[in-house]
Design a protein around this ligand. Structure first.
Ligand SMILES: Nc1ncnc2c1ncn2[C@@H]1O[C@H](COP(=O)(O)OP(=O)(O)OP(=O)(O)O)[C@@H](O)[C@H]1O
Length: 974
């Protein structure tokens, strides 16, 4: 502490010593009104210390002067030194000038606006920068998402995610990321946003900040501090105070002096307030990319150490205290992460979890429409993507949309009639070829080839080690000249990016990564293929140490052998980390793809023989029945190899069913239940279905769905009706089945209950050109409004010819009705009958749709709503003010009364046992979770009951309920 500060403190102390007790109390009271200082128990020394800590010496003096005037002790004011007269207006040591928080807010907003206004996609040139608002497409974000470790391959996760029902979770608007999904007020401090690589988390954060900086949303927030773990990693082990850390990582805060930040933090820290909404200064800390964290954050250390926010502290400790809420408990925290890393933070420090789920189908199309000013290009690309299932699925990932857009735009520009890539490998190959063309223009062919080969080497060896972020030494190992790294990142921005960091930290270790894991996997596969073709080397074998005989050493490696090793390795990986790599490797063995990369691969005559060996090997592996995920990937591999023989074989196998076709008349309605009880039986009998299938009460595996889809797609198929109500079909099954439904050979006219998971897939079926679907019955599924919204996308498609839609008992409210009404007004000529009975359309919903009956443009002539007696009554449990309901689902407990839904925020255990206690006269109804004979309180309703209360059960599809004998249970310790 400076001598000046010390002497000023003494002066203040001596001055306060002259106050009478009553006066001193008044002074403390006045100080507390000015700022949130806890002074109740403070003596005169403490008071001075606190004032100097918060205000700095000079302002503390000014504040004392003001307060003394207020308590009529002008005599003491005279004794105080007058700095402004001595300093002649210049700032003295230790002096700070604290401006109103709004002026800091404005400065930060302006700087952050400059930073996030533009995004640099594609080539590094400045002119390529686009406005974030111009390219940003809304993402599908939901509440919830699980906090458990997910080691599945990221791309496989998105394939699953894309098929997950959107209706199961509540959509979250980006600006509402801190609002509780129930719509009710709950203080929220920390939000964790999950999402796989490239799904748009960072983009979302940038958009959120830009919207705030431009004053569009979240006006209450005073200051936002956007950190990324990439930057924080470089300060590993360093000691700094929080304000310094902010200045180091976020240069846009330069206009807020360290002292001012310290003042803000101290005021907050000393206030003891933990509620953001009541905070004097509303701060938001963003920590983007937890998955990239290399700092040691150990939350298990139990002892709590309070840290002084103005003192130098280890970066790790600052972060941990911020996350745990011991530092600045009233500020907000937004952490983003890929799912695999989410578990680094214990759920106890997280108030809400949300999940970025990429683009929905309409959002995908919006992305491409925004991206291409040329309308025709946009619609060409959209219809191309719709036609290819795997491209369509992958486009849920924004980064993949971007790759697709880059490739297809280039191809369409070059030749409008060109054949567009259909498989993943074709798309990525074109992407690499596009990169090469761009680079060759600047650096010539030789250098470009060298760059790509080095990057591919790096990609392969790092993938083998499971690394997605690399350091300088990793680059050196792959022969990449560090001085040229900027060239790589400049030229290969799209493939390879140098992480953003301040110039003055240039000497510190830089980090690199590929813009998306799939690009690393593609380049890794390319490296294996290039090593084989150009140097007859099997790099996959290098990692397996075994002694080779001399003969083996000189034997030429065959492609089939390389493929076999890759297939085995991929099958051995329990989490499927090499699945996509394998798909690319096999795809790259096709001559068409090799031709596309002619500059990089020596040209040899195609050997169809070697691929035949690989195909046989894959089929053999499929027959050995690996896990469903592995089998599906092997199917994808066959697709990459352009081999469809297995599908044909399956068809033949099915055609040899035990009941010959001739025994069934083509119009027979086939109730499978009568003929077979097992799934195997179902599979054997499938080919004989000629007119209609009714199959009740059984879980259909993905294999059955695949087989069923093959029947639907067969040219001879005459199947007109499919009734799968009461069948449990997993999301993969639904996808496979919808593929069949979209096929041009499919003649199905009526489908019943494809399960609630399929809205998105069904919408795609309804909008497919070949669909003959006239009747769709989805009654008694938990579609909810979000499902209906998805379905409405199909209904409004000009291709849709649906005549009857039954959505009875699907939990549809006004919102769902509005989507239906809007879809039907844009395409009113097909639907004749709509059943919305046993829903909650409300008066506005009923009015909207009934209006269609009168409208001459609409074909609708029958509209059912209300319950059987025709009344529109909210009769479901919890949907009215006469019932109080606990909903037990796989992902949690929810309370519903009078429609309002509240998340209990208690994670479900394996047990689904609950206890219900009613005290009718006291007006309480309590629910408890029961596990190991202990009770955990879930919720208590308080009401005045005027009528008897009866238990009621709402039982989901394929669920059951058992009433247990009441035992003596003890409440859980917590
Ligand atoms: N909402 C969006 N609108 C338009 N493009 C987007 C959007 N979100 C993402 N993208 C595209 O996808 C790319 C990757 O997105 P982003 O970096 O936000 O992903 P991420 O989830 O943070 O991935 P990672 O976990 O790998 O860091 C962006 O550079 C951009 O091209």
């Amino acid at each position: 502490m400076s001598a000046m500060t010390t002497s000023l403190k003494e002066t203040l102390w001596v001055t306060l010593e002259d106050l009478r007790e009553e006066e001193f109390k008044q002074l403390k009271w006045l100080l507390q009104q000015m700022d949130i200082i806890k002074l109740e128990k403070a003596d005169r020394q403490d008071t001075v210390a606190q004032m100097v800590q918060i205000y700095g010496p000079h302002r503390a003096l000014e504040v004392t002067r003001k307060v003394l005037v207020k308590i009529n002790r002008n005599d003491l004011v005279q004794r105080l030194p007058n700095f402004s007269s001595t300093s002649k207006g210049t700032l003295q040591e230790g002096e700070i000038i604290i401006c109103p928080i709004t002026s800091y807010q404005q400065a930060l907003q302006s700087n952050l606006q400059n930073r996030f206004l533009c995004v640099q996609e594609g080539l590094a040139d400045m002119e390529e920068k686009k406005l974030l608002d111009d390219i940003y497409t809304e993402l599908h974000i939901t509440d919830g998402g699980n906090m458990q470790i997910n080691r599945q391959h990221e791309v496989r996760q998105i394939e699953t995610a894309s098929r997950r029902p959107a209706g199961a979770k509540i959509s979250v608007k980006p600006s509402d990321i801190f609002k509780h999904p129930s719509g009710k007020y709950r203080p929220v401090r920390t939000v964790l946003t999950n999402g796989i690589a490239g799904i748009g988390k960072t983009f979302l954060v940038h958009k959120f900040i830009l919207d705030w900086a431009e004053g569009r949303t979240n006006h209450d927030v005073h200051l936002i501090f956007p950190f990324s773990f990439r930057q924080l990693n470089l300060l590993k082990g360093k000691r700094v105070c929080l304000a310094k850390l902010i200045h180091k990582c976020i240069r846009e805060t330069k206009d807020i002096k360290e002292e001012a930040l310290n003042y803000i933090f101290t005021v907050l820290q000393m206030s003891g307030n933990t509620n953001y909404d009541k905070s004097k200064f509303k701060l938001l800390f963003v920590l983007d990319g937890l998955d990239e964290n290399r700092l040691q954050l150990d939350f298990t250390a139990k002892e709590e150490k309070t840290i002084d926010v103005t003192k130098s502290t280890k970066v790790e400790e600052l972060l941990m205290n911020l996350i745990m809420g011991t530092l600045l408990p009233s500020s907000r925290l937004w952490i983003t992460t890929r799912p695999a890393a989410a578990n680094q933070i214990s759920p106890e420090f997280v108030d809400m979890v949300s999940e970025v789920r990429g683009f929905t189908d309409p959002q995908k199309e919006e992305y491409f429409s925004k991206r291409f000013s040329h309308n025709e290009h946009a619609s060409n690309i959209i219809s191309h993507i719709r036609a290819s299932r795997s491209l369509h699925i992958m486009c849920y990932i924004p980064v993949f949309c971007w790759i697709t857009a880059t490739v297809l735009e280039d191809m369409l520009r070059a030749n409008e009639r060109v054949e567009l890539p259909k498989t993943l490998t074709e798309m990525y190959t074109e992407f690499l070829a596009f990169q090469m063309r761009q680079t060759k223009e600047k650096y010539g062919t030789k250098k470009t080839i060298w760059y790509i080969q080095s990057l591919a080497k790096l990609a392969f060896y790092q993938l083998e080690k499971g690394n997605i972020i690399f350091y300088e030494e990793d680059l050196k190992d792959s022969g990449i000249d560090l001085n040229e790294a900027s060239v790589y990142s400049g030229v290969f921005t799209q493939i390879f990016k140098k992480e953003r960091w301040r110039k003055k930290d240039k000497d510190k270790g830089r980090m690199f990564s590929f813009v998306h894991l799939s690009i690393q996997e593609f380049l890794a596969a390319f490296y294996v293929e290039a090593s084989l073709i150009n140097s007859s080397k099997n790099v996959l074998d290098e990692s397996q140490p075994h002694s080779k005989s001399l003969g083996m050493l000189f034997r030429k490696t065959s492609a089939a052998e390389v493929h076999r090793i890759a297939i085995d390795k991929a099958l051995e990986s329990p989490e499927g980390h090499l699945d996509l790599f394998l798909r690319f490797l096999l795809g790259l063995s096709l001559q068409t793809n090799k031709d596309c990369l002619a500059d990089l691969l020596k040209q040899k005559r195609a050997s169809s023989h070697s691929n035949q060996e690989t195909i046989q090997y894959i089929k053999k592996k499929i027959k050995e029945s690996p896990s469903p995920e592995r089998s599906i990937n092997l199917f994808h591999c066959l697709n990459e190899l352009n081999d469809h023989s297995l599908e044909e074989e399956i068809q033949e196998y099915l055609n040899s069913g035990s009941i010959p076709r001739k025994y069934l008349s083509p119009h027979e309605v086939f109730d499978l239940k009568k003929y077979c009880s097992s799934e195997n039986g179902f599979l054997r009998l499938l080919p004989v279905f000629q007119a209609s299938i009714t199959y009740l009460g059984c879980a259909l595996s993905e294999t059955s769905c695949r087989a069923l889809a093959s029947v639907l797609t067969s040219e001879q198929s005459n199947l007109k009706e499919l009734d799968l109500s009461s069948n449990e079909i997993d999301d993969l099954g639904v996808t496979v089945l919808s593929f069949g439904l979209e096929h041009p050979h499919c003649r199905l006219e009526s489908v019943r209950s494809l399960s609630w998971m399929s809205c998105e897939a069904l919408a795609s079926v309804l909008s497919s050109q070949s669909s003959c679907l006239k009747q769709l019955d989805l009654s008694n599924n938990d579609l909810q409004d979000s499902g209906v919204k998805l379905l409405s996308v199909g209904l409004e498609s000009p291709q849709c010819g649906l005549e009857t839609l039954s959505l009875s008992g699907c939990l549809v409210t006004e919102e769902g009705c509005a989507s239906l009404a809007s879809a039907l007004s844009s395409n009113p000529s097909h639907l004749r009958e709509l059943d919305l009975s046993y829903n909650h359309p409300g008066h506005s919903g009923v009015r909207l749709l009934s209006a269609g009956l009168q409208d001459p443009q609409w074909r609708l002539d029958t509209f059912r709503y209300g319950n059987r007696s025709g009344e529109d009554v909210d009769c479901c449990l919890g949907w009215n003010d006469k019932s109080w309901c606990l909903e037990v689902t796989d992902d949690g407990y929810y309370i519903r009364h009078n429609k309002a839904l509240t998340d209990v925020m208690l994670h479900p255990l394996d047990t689904t046992r609950v206890a219900v206690y009613l005290d009718w006269s006291a007006g309480t109804l309590s629910f408890y979770r029961v596990s190991d004979d202990t009770l955990a309180h879930l919720h208590t309703f308080y009401s005045t009951f005027s009528e008897p209360l009866y238990p009621g059960f709402w039982i989901g599809l394929n669920c059951s309920v058992t009433l247990c004998q009441v035992e003596e249970l003890s409440p859980a310790a917590d």
